[in-house]
Design a protein around this ligand. Structure first.
Ligand code: GDD
Ligand code: MG
Length: 303
């Protein structure tokens, strides 16, 4: 089975970090976030089509150096970012039947085969995973009927205008002929243009339990990091080559980096080649690669 992974966004909410690396390669719990998604794919998936535009080379080299067992990884050229819908259309020639698709920045316990099963059972055009949140207006929000049919989909509604608390969790099972609905060669938003058409034709939603986050903002990258560490029963992950003399507090991930005497790193990510100087306190921060942190920081992205 084929799966498309959308990983070509600019990662604007993670700048300046994403001027240096694509969002998909930002390490979360010790691995590039995209790897958590790839690892969670069902065994039925034997081909992953990476829809990448921004910083494609970095992603392609990552997978050249770290091939995924039993999965063919395909990269398709997308010169200009075509939006989530345009990116799916752009990889059409790699798809041969009904398929799965994922936003590349989700960390979750979603079961893609349950979406696929529902696609078949309902003879639907699309089944999307749904997650309940307290503040839905940052996401795509659905009005779900009792038969699990989606009556309405609104992308990022104004606060107070959300039809429910159920949001699209960024994992989809799609019928092959959905590709015919997307115009080619131009920017198309799946959420704003294609989902509303599919709502008319038969789009279903499947809520799931467990954990979910969209690691698209600094706060949510750290939340994803904490969720994954807690899931594995760890309070921190420290690279085996790291040199840690200071304190590392939950929930932190330290790459091949240096944490000097008396330094404290709490609920933060410190990437390869960085140094946290003596006595410096780092809290709720994302420290990009090769940074020297010489002063205390809280809630910052330093890259
Ligand atoms: N190839 C390609 N080209 N990929 C893209 C492009 C593009 O032009 N634009 C975005 N992407 C990728 C991003 O890299 C990301 O992995 C995914 O598509 C979703 O884009 P985001 O920018 O992260 O969207 P969002 O988080 O604001 O909203 C989306 O995700 C929410 C759940 O996580 C929407 O799908 C919402 O409906 C949904 O609720
Ligand atoms: Mg996102």
């Amino acid at each position: 089975m084929e799966a498309i992974v959308l990983a070509g966004g600019f990662g604007t909410r993670l700048r300046p970090l994403t001027y240096r690396m694509p969002k998909a390669l930002v390490p979360v719990a010790g691995r590039p976030m995209i790897m958590h998604l790839i690892d969670s794919l069902p065994s039925e998936v034997d081909k992953v089509v990476m829809a990448v535009s921004y910083m494609r080379d970095a992603l392609e080299s990552h997978f050249k150096e770290n091939p995924v067992d039993g999965v063919e990884m395909v990269f398709v050229e997308e010169r200009e970012a075509l939006g989530t819908g345009g990116a799916i259309k752009n990889v059409e020639k790699e798809i041969s039947g009904d398929f799965l698709a994922f936003n590349g920045d989700i960390i979750s316990s979603v079961e893609p085969m349950a979406l696929y099963g529902m696609l078949k059972e309902k003879s639907a055009k699309a089944v999307i995973s749904l997650w309940k949140v307290e503040y839905p207006s940052h996401y795509g929000v659905v009005d779900l009927g009792p038969d699990m049919r989606i009556n309405r989909f609104v992308e990022k509604p104004a606060p107070g205008e959300e039809p429910s608390n159920l949001i699209s969790a960024g994992a989809y099972a799609l019928s092959y002929d959905v590709l015919d609905l997307i115009p080619s060669g131009r920017v198309v938003s799946l959420e704003r243009k294609i989902w509303p058409i599919l709502v008319e034709k038969g789009m279903y939603g499947l809520p799931f339990e467990g954990y979910w986050t969209d690691a698209g903002t600094p706060e949510r990258v750290l939340e994803a990091n904490a969720i994954l560490l807690r899931n594995t029963g760890k309070e921190a992950i420290v690279d085996e080559n790291a040199d840690v003399r200071g304190e590392v507090l939950p929930y932190s991930s330290i790459g091949n980096a240096v944490v000097k005497d008396g330094a404290v790193v709490e609920n933060s990510i410190v990437m390869d080649g960085s140094t946290v100087k003596s006595g410096v306190k780092v809290k709720d921060c994302i420290i990009g690669p090769k940074m020297d942190v010489k002063r205390d920081c809280e809630g910052e992205v330093i890259a």
